[in-house]
Design a binder for this molecule. Structure first.
Ligand SMILES: Nc1ncnc2c1ncn2[C@@H]1O[C@H](COP(=O)(O)OP(=O)(O)OP(=O)(O)O)[C@@H](O)[C@H]1O
Length: 463
């Protein structure tokens, strides 16, 4: 394996034995020869190569095999088949508690873990204060860890993991139990680690964090890698897939009461050239899952939903009605959308999500959220929905706007059509902006104390 490759997995699979009753396990030991278990393949044929210095995200639903994969890389599980090579000291923040002995105190566990990770007693002693101060759990450091809350546990576990000079850091979902302040401190540490060319494997259900942190991303489903690539691309496909799963559930429910296929598939004649921005002249024509026909517009864009409605256009106009792809903070923006309904839609909700270039969601707004009740759509109708917004004082960059139409309530809805990144908007800048947004309404004041308390004077040696 080349020096620059930190982790390499070739054809790795993991099979767990599952026993229906605990006694079956015992019988199998006592009476060898007959298998009394079911085999369950948690991982299948995993090929993975991570160059040193990369931060790689792993996404996937519960039970898709993420933790099994991380444990194999961390060396706490052995694969059933395949080859694993890890080049560098691994420090893993896996699921809560792993690696800690519950009967030991926090202090004892720091030493215990440090030794396991290859540090000498002296090295751990030198680092102990830093670890304890990062964990910030006060006197609990000398209590058995079985008395810790999950938050305290993860504080100590992360403090150890990041301070033992790892070359490869594995972070599982565990961080999510930390409080906001702690998670921010962890993220700052992770960034520092990235700057020192550390390699990170990061598992999270939060696609925004994966996009922000990672340079590459793997999506696991049923123990297999189903997609690998830039986090932005993988998260788009993953999001579409998740909605498809939700919609599948809805379809099944609907199918119990009526047959979707029997719905009429009339698509009225419309003039697509007047306002439509979607490119319909494409070789790569996609089918609408509801009508089975070609999408009328945006055929090139990734989209998902049941297809009972289709978004035909999204047009950005300035206050003078001019089409515009550039906007200055504070300017008024009108977003016109045209939707065609292929079916009756009882409770339509239309909304737009705004993402930055890393596909971190910046803002989202929809009709239901702002108490705007759209009437039920009838089959064959063309519906125009417009939002008029004031563009925020946000750092100058390019933002994508993604329109979506759903049927139902805010919490429980069927996604009918969501188009990913059909339109990008360049935002200019009016003044200095630190961070993501610039505050517009701000008042500054100050006073000067003339009488300074004696204690303060003494403390600061002021005569
Ligand atoms: N020791 C085990 N014995 C039997 N089955 C196991 C064992 N460990 C994990 N599994 C099974 O393997 C599959 C993958 O589990 P894993 O914990 O890796 O998934 P995951 O993607 O990390 O899930 P989550 O997001 O819920 O943490 C699951 O179906 C799980 O039930």
């Amino acid at each position: 394996m080349g020096e620059e490759i930190a982790i390499s997995l070739k054809n790795v699979s993991k099979c767990f034995k599952r026993y229906n009753r605990p006694v079956d396990r015992l019988k199998e030991i006592l009476l060898p020869g007959k298998s009394r278990c079911d085999e369950f393949w948690a991982l299948r044929d995993i090929e993975l190569e991570i160059p040193r210095g990369q931060t790689v995200g792993i996404v996937g639903r519960n039970g898709s095999g993420k933790s099994t994969l991380l444990q194999i890389i961390a060396g706490t599980l052995t694969p059933t088949t395949g080859e694993v090579q890890v080049n560098g000291r691994v420090s893993a923040l896996l699921e809560l508690g792993s690696g800690f002995n519950p009967e030991f105190t926090g202090r004892q566990n720091v030493f215990f873990n440090g030794r396991i990770l290859g540090l000498s007693q002296k090295e751990i002693e030198d680092k102990f204060d830093e670890i304890a101060s990062f964990a910030d759990i006060g006197d609990f450091i000398d209590e058995p860890v079985k008395t810790y809350s999950s938050g305290m546990f993860v504080r100590l576990a992360f403090a150890v993991a990041i301070n033992v000079e790892p070359e490869i850091l594995i972070v599982d979902e565990a961080l999510s139990v930390g409080d906001g302040v702690f998670v921010h401190r962890c993220m700052a540490k992770i960034k520092e680690f990235q700057e020192t060319n550390g390699t990170i494997l990061f598992v999270s259900h939060d696609l925004g964090s994966v996009n922000r942190l990672c340079s590459n991303c793997y999506w696991l489903s049923n123990g297999r890698v189903v997609e690998q690539g830039s986090p932005v691309d993988v998260s788009k496909t993953y999001q579409a897939w998740m909605y498809d799963r939700i919609n599948d559930g809805i379809r099944k429910k609907v199918n119990n009461s009526q047959d979707l296929e029997s719905h009429p598939k009339t698509i009225p004649e419309i003039d697509l050239n007047s306002t439509i921005q979607g490119d319909k002249k494409t070789e790569n024509i996609k089918k609408n899952s509801f009508t089975g026909d070609n999408f009328l517009a945006f055929a090139n864009a990734k989209r998902f939903g049941t297809g009972r409605c289709e978004i035909l256009s999204l047009e950005i106009q300035d206050i003078k009605g001019q089409k515009n792809g550039f906007i200055m903070p504070g300017e008024t923006l009108i977003l016109h959308t045209k939707i065609i309904s292929h079916d009756r839609v009882e409770k339509p909700i239309f909304g737009i999500m705004m993402f930055d270039r890393l596909r971190v969601d910046i803002a989202g707004w929809n009709t239901s959220q702002y108490k705007y009740k759209l009437p039920a759509f009838e089959q064959g109708q063309i519906i125009n929905v417009s939002f008029k917004i004031i563009w925020p004082h946000i750092k100058n960059d390019t933002y994508s706007l993604e329109p979506a139409i759903a049927d139902g309530s805010q919490d429980n809805n069927e996604m009918l059509d969501w188009i990913q990144s059909p339109i990008a908007l360049k935002s200019g800048v009016t003044d200095l902006t630190f961070g993501m947004i610039r505050l517009t309404e701000i008042q500054v004041s100050h006073t000067i104390d003339t009488a300074i308390p004696q204690e303060l004077l003494k403390l600061n040696n002021i005569k």
